[in-house]
Write a protein that binds this ligand. Structure first.
Ligand code: TEU
Length: 574
């Protein structure tokens, strides 16, 4: 189905079968440094999370995915790992992790860790050994070292640009002080890429996976799963669309614009066919363990068709649906991406996933009200960005969008704070910024700090209850009291209560394991479908839509007089 095609009259979509828990799970992402701080240093930690876990059980999610808490110099907020089998002292200890895991399991919550195999930190022992070893040594072969070009080797081996800005190559200095080889880093220079063609590297990660599986984790989200293998010869590459090489999806997602996806071949460092053999190996390790462990791919690929190849039965269990995430607030586009997702994923026996926010993108309570000419994904929004989104409109659309998403069959991901309706923090002072993107682009891109601000728990406490001392590694806005959990708990109509109701009803009506049948009666500005005994109607137009007879079981805004207002979703039982 293309964007331009009309809504099929009836399109019943049978979701993939299988009774593994993750096929229909709602998975809540915790960004550990911004969730809850127990020791008052302004950075969230594992004991802080453990204390707050009952709030997540009460919210009604099934599982938690934790962004990395492993030992790390924190150059990229923990996505630069220097020891994969230990907890960074900032966040606590392995014993704290064991308590967290036990507490979560006791509350019925599964736990998913974040594995970062594309690169290590430059402070990892493997990289230190590589630097200390001579050129051509087995230690160097664990990473992507190459000679520079030109008579003195002072030109980078190719023209690739880092996702965070600047060259993807950094030159090292030999022990005698002379310039040496270059190493590849898709991200920051403190994140050297591993050489996944090297069997020794593959073997190490089998051990790391087993370390966490033995401790009891229920699976892994795999970071940059699309970047691990690079095209042989590392050929030069110039992206046809600005930002395309960087996962730089804009609000007009290239994957969803017919034509552009066809013109965008996989860059030589994304989505190479060699990755699939790695995932089959990882699948095999997880299969040795009881209890349906999950493997979720963070793979930024330009089409859903390609993404589906990653979730074939012997590879990942599921993959993030970034095409869905970046779909504009337009009924036609939304219907198309839903249909295309279910077709692509169920074609290989996998559930579709759905997601609206994470720690790398502008929060959807702001993104859904961005003006047309907004900066591309990854640029972020800051004090000097022209045409900032309207917060009230953004929140209204976010509530409607989430209410729609949570009625879709498959698995949904939530990002901490979205259940409070948090907007992007668009006024962070430059002096507070920490995202490497900000530094590597010399301030040209604000980066991702605006979605990473510590979340508010209690309106009247220091740091809104995030920390005991009032410290917060990124400053929190002064106007966040109304978003605090205790300002919304038990308050009818609050965003928190909307999430709780939606999650409860989703489970009661079996929507996650259900199937979708389009309902075409409401015009082209509406998305409407049936899932089991629930009819979901979302009005993305400006004009109110008359509702059919039926009991309203959920509404993202108050419904008066039988009409569905603009930017509103209802669930009806007819
Ligand atoms: O992200 C990979 C990635 O390519 C996207 O995050 C995106 O291109 C980027 O955010 C620019 O918009 C993962 C993690 O989710 C991210 O937090 C890490 O910084 C990155 O990997 C490196 O580990």
């Amino acid at each position: 189905m293309t964007l331009e095609s009309e809504l099929p009259e009836t399109a019943t979509v049978i979701t993939a079968t299988g009774d593994e828990w993750w096929r229909s799970a709602v998975i809540y992402q915790i960004y550990p440094r911004s969730f809850a701080d127990s020791d008052g240093n302004g950075i969230g930690d594992l004991p802080g999370i453990t204390e707050r876990l009952p709030a997540l059980a009460e919210l009604g999610v099934d599982a938690i995915w934790f962004s990395p808490f492993f030992t790390s110099p924190q150059k990229d907020a923990g996505y630069d790992v220097s020891d994969y089998c230990d907890v960074d002292p900032l966040f606590g200890t392995l014993a704290d992790f064991d308590v967290l895991l036990e507490t979560a399991h006791g509350l019925g919550l599964k736990v998913i860790a974040d594995m970062v195999p594309n690169h290590t930190s430059d402070q990892h022992e493997w990289f230190k050994a590589a630097l200390a070893a001579p050129e051509g040594s087995p230690e160097r072969d664990r990473y992507m070292f190459r000679e520079g070009k030109g008579p003195n080797g002072d030109i980078a081996p190719n023209n690739w640009e880092s996702v965070f800005g600047g060259s993807m190559w950094e030159r090292v200095t030999r022990p005698d002080g002379t310039p040496g080889q270059w190493y590849l880093h898709i991200f920051d220079k403190s994140q050297p890429d591993l050489n996944w063609e090297n069997p020794w590297v593959r073997e190490q990660f089998f051990g790391i996976l087993r370390f966490w599986l033995d401790r009891g984790v229920d699976g892994f989200r795999v970071d940059v799963a699309h970047g691990m293998i690079k095209e042989a010869g590392l050929p030069d590459y110039t992206p046809p669309v600005e930002g395309a090489s960087m996962g730089g999806v804009t609000s007009d997602d290239t994957a969803l614009i017919p034509g552009i996806a066809d013109l965008t071949p996989d860059p030589p460092y994304w989505g190479q066919p060699g990755v699939h053999e790695i995932w089959r190996g990882w699948h095999g390790v997880l299969a040795e363990y009881p209890g349906d462990r999950v493997l979720a791919a963070e793979a930024w690929l330009d089409t859903l068709e390609k993404t589906a190849l990653w979730v074939r039965p012997d590879e990942f269990s599921q993959a993030f649906n970034f095409a869905y995430m970046f779909t504009d607030w337009k009924a036609k586009k939304l219907r198309a991406v839903i249909q295309e997702s279910i077709d692509a994923f169920s074609g290989v026996g996998a559930p579709s996933t759905w997601v609206l926010s994470n720690h790398d993108v502008v929060r959807h309570a702001s993104r859904l009200a961005l003006p047309k000419d907004a900066p591309p994904q990854g640029a972020g929004i800051g004090p000097k960005t022209p045409g900032k989104p309207d917060t009230a409109l953004g929140l209204r659309r976010a509530r409607a969008a989430t209410s729609l998403m949570l009625a879709l069959p498959g698995s949904s991901y939530l990002y901490q704070g979205e259940e409070l309706g948090l907007p992007e923090d668009m006024e962070l002072p430059d002096s507070a910024r920490q995202d490497p993107t900000w530094f590597r682009t010399k301030g040209e891109k604000y980066g991702r700090d605006g979605c990473r601000v510590p979340i508010p728990w209690e309106a009247d406490k220091p740091a809104y209850g995030f920390s005991t001392t009032g410290k917060s590694w990124l400053p929190q806005p002064v106007n966040w009291a109304p978003y605090a959990r205790d300002s919304q708990d038990g308050v009818p109509g609050s965003t928190l209560e909307l999430y709780k109701s939606a999650l409860k009803l989703r489970s009661a009506h079996g929507l996650g394991t259900g199937s979708l049948e389009w309902v075409g009666d409401y015009g082209n500005k509406v998305v409407a479908f049936r899932n089991g005994d629930i009819t979901v109607i979302t009005n993305l137009g400006k004009v109110a839509v008359e509702l059919p007879v039926g009991d309203i079981v959920l509404a993202s805004e108050e419904i008066v007089g039988g009409a569905l207002p603009a930017d509103t979703t209802v669930w009806l039982r007819a």
